[in-house]
Design a protein around this ligand. Sequence first.
Ligand code: ADE
Length: 252
Amino acid sequence: MSRIALVSAMHEELAEVLARMPDEQKTVVAGREFWLGHWRGHDVVAVLSRIGKVAAATTATVLLERFGVSRMVFTGVAGGLAPQVNVGDVVIAREFIQHDMDASPLFPRHEVPLTGLTRFPADAALSQALAVASPLALQDMWASLPHGERLNLDLAKAQVHQGLIASGDRFVSQTMESQDLQRALPDALAVEMECAAMAQVCHDYGVPFAAVRIISDRADDAAHVDFQRFIQSIASRYSVAVLERLLLSLPA
Ligand code: ADE
């Protein structure tokens, strides 16, 4: 049976995933807790990515080298960059870029040296499965969310976007910085701190990688406040809902 890695960014998300795995066993490698078990008939390993590109790349490498995963799926939150991407929307990555990669003039801006690539693609089949699962998961999550935790959002209006996700080693919490990023990468939908690094590792190993991010903030001056409230109420419920729908749709 092929093994799928479920990688989350936050403790709250991982806790919900582990609650769905009746038989999980913990193994610690490189200071990280990897949870092996089953969910919906799939052989899974669940883990926290940790935060930032290097930490996430290490986690991905251990998943590939020690746990022999044949697919990797990331769930987490991101800041909305493009004007049409609002809090509560979902972004499914079709490609990834490291917005803070700059080895110019030796290599073009954003190109990862010695790969010839500025953008790493997400796996088409896994991303398509996420695209089908995502609207259903939004409905599941909304239905299970107590009224008091809806944070004045109207998730019935939430959109699912697909496109470019930008990663970098910065939590973007200033409107000026967000505007600079939008100017540099006009097609970037969302910003976060891990997935382009994990996509690069998976590309090196030839293993499919896909990611879905629910938008917790607009990467602006209010980002910090929005972020904390959003994770506690919404992100953990959304992650588990989208993974449940995804695993139901994939052959074990
Ligand atoms: N993850 C969620 N929101 C983010 C932001 N504003 N910047 C970077 N990563 C994020």
